[in-house]
Every structure is written in structure tokens, then in C-alpha cells.
Design a protein around this ligand. Structure first.
Ligand code: XLS
Ligand code: MG
Length: 382
């Protein structure tokens, strides 16, 4: 049967990949690389050829630590040239303050103020580079900012240091690039036993304490939420509802395990569907960014199967969202369940009302049927 929709990505789908996801060589804590590295400049071109809208990077993905100023400028120039020639944008430039051993006990929350300042400097440079590449977002994932040994840091100090560093970045951005935004990507653990601000909710609470909360948002990553055994749909919904969703890292993950970072939808289709539902039915205009990596068993060719797979699954789920919205049976059921919404009356009235619990509980909630309809829809039976 011919499909009425295409599984080929368009620029207008706003798909994005981290350069690091494609540059991943399959190394894990127990094994060496299984495929050769791909040059970041080639990654930019290959993504663009597949109609990917943008890429994200850590400044160090393009300009490795220790690169001299001239070579840095050449690499950035070359990246810009390829971006122009092949039509692809850069939509987030962060910094890798987690790989180098200097950050072995953290970057922004290192007990050593000189290391904290060094980390801030790297982010300042990442903001400069991002601006040159035309991007307006610096997403912070502070992977090493956490601990294993509780006695080693006072978590209250850690909060203060994180705040101090974030405020310095805001000050710099406001002064030099007033339209630049910053965001926090939370993760519960890995590579640290515990990472500070483990969920998007923690990050939102922390952002409210910054000097300029309006400059800050969040970038939830589905796998990070599932690593904590939590509900990724709700995490994205809270960020959206707060007007703080700057971006999203789409991927997949078996709950409560090591950071698997697998292809979007590979493990958790229903949850993935409801995340796509949120993105496609809200006013979210950001990218649909994939932050995962190909299985370690893949070779170079498989890397591009992985790229296509992520986008195809998103496009399929987007179609399912449309079906969900037009499915008469589902919509009728939702109308019944969600009833007529209205604001609650004033407390005076609430306090004085006689609520009839027996009557109120009599409303039928046909959730078995509703959930089955969603399952059937996802299985292609509707
Ligand atoms: C790691 C993070 C990382 C960030 C970018 O778990 O997802 O890839 O997204 O620094
Ligand atoms: Mg991520």
C-alpha cells in the first residue's frame, strides 16, 4: 500500500545531531574503539546531505584542546564554509569540560577555584565560537560535576559554585551577545556516581536562583530521565509548560541502567510517541535533536543507518500524532474523560460545598480501552 507521507527528512523537520554522536567510535568502559573516527568537518557535510537541519557540538569536537589560535580560526572558517555550501546550521555550542583529566573531580564544582575558572573560560570560548558559527544557544552538560565520596564536597558549596559560574557566563553573554541563551541539561549519574542537579526539575529550581533566570532554559534528554526510572514525557511537559524548553535530546534507554544512548524509539515507543505528541502539538520551535550513538557493532556505513533510523522513527511518530488527533474513537473517549474544564471556585465556596464522593467516583474511566487504542494505533492497526 502506498504511504501518503514521506519518510525522507526535510530541513523544515528541524532535525539535529550532536557532532559527537556521529564521531563516536564505539569505545566503552570495557572495550576499545570498533570503528574509525570521522572528521567533524565531514560529519557536517554528511549530515547536511541527509537533510539534517542543524548540528550541535562541544567546541572541542571541532577544535581539540591545545589547538593553536591560527588552526582554530582555520577550522571554524572551514566549518562555516561547509555549512554555507551544504545548507546546515549550528544550533548549540557547549564545551567539553568532562573528558580531560584536569576535570577528573569536576569543572564548575571542583574544589580548586583555578579549575573552576578554567572551566568558565572554556565556556566563554565556546560561546564565542558558537556565535561565529551563527548559533545562539550554549547548552551546559556538566558531566563531571558530581561526586562519589560525599565527604569530598559540601553540596551546598557545589550549588553556590554552580551559581557563580552560571552567573559569570550570563554576564559575559549579556555583554557581548545579548541574544544568546544558555541552558542546563540534567543527568542523574554517569560519569559520576551522582551528578549535581540530577533532573530537569532540579535544574528549573536552580535556574530560578540565578541572576538572570530569563536567559536560562533546559534541554531534557530522554535517556537521562529513564536512567533515573522517571517519566520523560512529564519532564518535557514541565519544561514546555514553564516556557523553558530550549532544546531536547532525543534517544532511547532501558530504565535504571548505564547510559545506553540508543537510537530514538528503539526501546520505548509509547513514551517516544507522547514526547513527539508534546513537541508537535505545542508552540515549541526548537530543533528535534538526537543525542545517541550507533551500536558498537556498527561500522562506518551503519552510522548512517543510525542517522536515518532516528529521523524515520520521529517522522513515523509524527504521523501517528496526526492519526491520534483525528481518530474519532480516541477523541470521543478523551472528550468524555477530560470533561469540561473550568477554574476552581474560590476557597470560600469550596469550603462550603457538600461534595458527594460516591457520585463523583461513579464516572467511568475506560483506560483499558484507551490505552489499547493507543497501542493499536502505534502498531498500525488504526
Ligand atoms: C551525556 C550528554 C552529553 C551532552 C552534551 O550524557 O547527553 O552528550 O548532551 O554534552
Ligand atoms: Mg545529551
Amino acid at each position: 500500500m502506498a504511504r501518503a507521507y514521506s519518510l525522507r527528512a526535510k530541513k523544515s523537520d528541524r532535525f539535529s545531531f550532536g557532532l559527537w554522536t556521529i564521531m563516536n567510535v564505539g569505545r566503552d568502559p570495557f572495550g576499545e574503539a570498533t570503528r574509525p573516527p570521522i572528521d567533524p568537518l565531514d560529519v557536517i557535510v554528511e549530515l547536511a546531505k541527509r537533510n539534517v537541519y542543524s548540528f550541535e557540538l562541544h567546541a572541542e569536537d571541532l577544535v581539540p584542546m591545545g589547538t593553536g589560535a591560527r588552526e582554530r580560526d582555520r577550522l571554524v572558517r572551514e566549518a562555516k564554509k561547509r555549512m554555507g555550501d551544504y545548507d546546515i546550521r549550528c544550533t548549540n555550542c557547549g564545551s567539553n569540560c568532562f573528558s580531560h583529566p584536569v576535570f577528573k573531580d569536576g569543572a564548575f564544582t571542583n574544589n580548586n577555584p583555578e579549575i573552576r575558572a578554567f572551566a568558565v573560560q572554556r565556556y566563554l570560548r565556546a560561546i564565542d565560537m558558537g556565535y561565529e558559527l551563527g548559533c545562539r544557544l550554549c547548552n551546559l552538560w556538566w558531566g563531571r560535576d558530581g561526586l562519589e565520596v560525599e565527604a569530598s564536597k559540601d553540596a551546598r558549596d557545589a550549588m553556590k559554585w554552580l551559581r557563580e559560574c552560571c552567573n559569570l557566563l550570563t554576564e559575559y553573554a549579556l555583554k557581548n551577545y545579548p541574544d544568546y541563551e544558555l541552558s542546563i541539561e540534567a543527568k542523574p549519574n554517569e560519569p559520576r556516581g551522582d551528578i549535581f542537579l540530577p533532573t530537569t526539575g532540579h535544574a528549573l529550581g536552580f535556574i530560578a536562583t540565578l541572576d538572570h533566570p530569563e536567559k536560562w532554559g533546559v534541554v531534557p534528554e530522554l535517556a537521562h530521565v529513564r536512567m533515573a526510572g522517571l517519566n520523560s514525557v512529564h519532564e518535557v511537559a514541565q519544561a514546555l509548560e514553564a516556557g523553558k524548553l530550549c532544546g531536547i535530546h532525543l534517544n532511547s534507554q532501558k530504565p535504571l541502567r548505564y547510559d545506553q544512548d540508543i537510537r530514538f524509539g528503539a526501546e520505548d515507543l509509547k513514551e517516544a510517541f507522547f514526547v513527539v505528541y508534546l513537541l508537535e502539538t505545542s508552540d515549541y520551535r526548537g530543533t528535534r535533536s538526537f543525542d545517541c550513538h550507533p551500536y558498537r557493532t556498527e561500522d562506518r556505513e551503519g552510522v548512517w543507518d543510525f542517522v536515518e533510523g532516528n529521523m524515520r522513527t520521529y517522522l513515523l511518530l509524527k504521523e501517528k500524532v496526526k492519526t491520534f488527533q483525528t481518530d474519532k474513537e480516541i477523541q470521543k473517549m478523551l472528550k468524555g474523560i477530560r470533561a469540561k474544564q473550568r477554574p476552581l471556585p474560590p476557597t470560600k465556596e469550596i469550603a462550603a460545598t457538600q461534595y458527594d464522593a460516591e457520585k463523583l467516583m461513579a464516572t467511568r474511566l475506560p483506560y483499558e480501552k484507551l490505552d489499547q487504542l493507543v497501542v493499536e494505533l502505534l502498531l498500525g492497526a488504526r
